[in-house]
Design a protein around this ligand. Structure first.
Ligand SMILES: [Zn+2]
Length: 347
């Protein structure tokens, strides 16, 4: 599925979702004058320009725009607005003189026909016209989406906004795409209607790669009183070479510089409870371990917390300046430390 489903193309082009083709064109031209690669050499602007072009190609094409609107939930809004506009126009040109005498039947069928269209489009509550016999309920399918979280998010739990696309069988053709040999007009022969929706989801603490989080009733929609499906978030915890978990203990590989190892230092450590300042003592070697008691994960059964175990890794800088190099040279000349004595003695 193309990724533009997840973007607000109107926002990209700086226009309202009701903007006319002319307005879209004029905003597009303004943006081109700012972001075109011939004008801006900024790398971020080049990808912005691509995005603008993509949005423009969809919104300037009536067919593509309609499909996008249905998927993105703008379509229903548009029908509603159009309906309110027509209703207001009607009221203005037909002012009510007396509530008891004016029958004004003409706006009733109009109102109910629009409401039926809306109901049919999104809820399938009523089927207008001849097609009124009771239908067997069809349950909506479950849908699942992949979601990746960072190490600390997996430990603490987190909230996310996700874009989902709700789909349901078209209530007009009931998924058959054609009616009496004619392409169904409601779904344009797709057999289903869909629209995008943004929802907030809560990811509980303690998820691991492969965990499934169930969000009730956010799957595909049911039809004729059928149940809505559920949404499943399939979790992947981002690979993290520095953090891992062993039972209730959090194991951390902590990179420090050679001079931090010699002089000692204080380092801010992101932990589930927030940042913790850990003191690395002077003359620490690679592989040396430090324990922070009871700052690990909670074991609710035993009412006890694990520890954080830090393994120090001395990491040599990838680049040093000439001045730094001179200092290291001086250090090499004056140093009397015998780090390999035990190595030779053990041979
Ligand atoms: Zn249809």
């Amino acid at each position: 599925m193309a990724n533009y489903y997840n973007k607000d193309l109107y926002q990209i082009l700086n226009v309202n979702f009701e903007a006319s083709g002319e307005e879209i064109k004029s905003e597009y031209r303004k943006l081109v004058r700012i972001y075109h690669p011939d004008i801006s050499k900024n790398k971020a602007d080049i990808s912005k320009f691509k995005e603008i072009q993509e949005a423009y190609e969809i919104l300037i094409n009536e067919e593509k725009r309609k499909k996008y609107d249905i998927l993105h939930g703008f379509y229903r809004e548009k029908i509603k607005k159009e309906y309110n506009k027509k209703l207001n126009q009607f009221k203005e040109s037909n002012p009510v003189k007396n509530e008891n005498t004016g029958t004004k039947k003409s706006d009733i069928p109009f109102t109910s026909s629009i409401n039926n269209t809306l109901d049919n489009l999104f809820y399938g509550k009523k089927l207008s016209g001849k097609n009124t016999q009771k239908k067997a309920p069809i349950n909506g399918k479950d849908i699942s989406i992949d979601l990746s979280v960072s190490f600390l998010e997996s430990v603490n739990g987190t909230n996310r906004k996700v874009n989902i696309i709700h789909t349901k069988p078209c209530p007009n053709c009931e998924g058959r795409k054609f009616i009496n040999g004619q392409q169904c007009k409601m779904c344009n022969g797709q057999g289903e209607l869909s629209y995008g929706k943004k929802i907030n989801v809560k990811i509980p603490s303690g998820v691991v790669t492969g965990s499934k989080v169930r969000i009730r009733k956010e799957g595909d929609m049911g039809l004729y009183g059928g149940k809505d499906g559920d949404l499943y978030l399939v979790i992947t915890v981002d690979k993290n070479p520095y953090y891992s978990i062993d039972k209730q203990n959090i194991l951390i590989n902590l990179p420090i510089t050679p001079y931090e190892a010699v002089l000692g230092c204080e380092i801010s450590l992101p932990l589930p409870d927030g940042n913790y300042n850990v003191k690395i003592p002077p003359l620490t070697s690679s592989g040396q371990k430090l324990k922070l008691t009871s700052l690990g994960l909670e074991n609710k059964l035993k009412n006890k917390r694990g520890d954080v175990i830090i393994t120090v890794m001395i990491k040599t800088p990838e680049n040093i300046t000439e001045a730094e190099k001179e200092l290291y040279l001086k250090l090499a000349q004056m140093s009397k430390s015998e780090v390999r004595k035990e190595f030779y003695d053990a041979k």
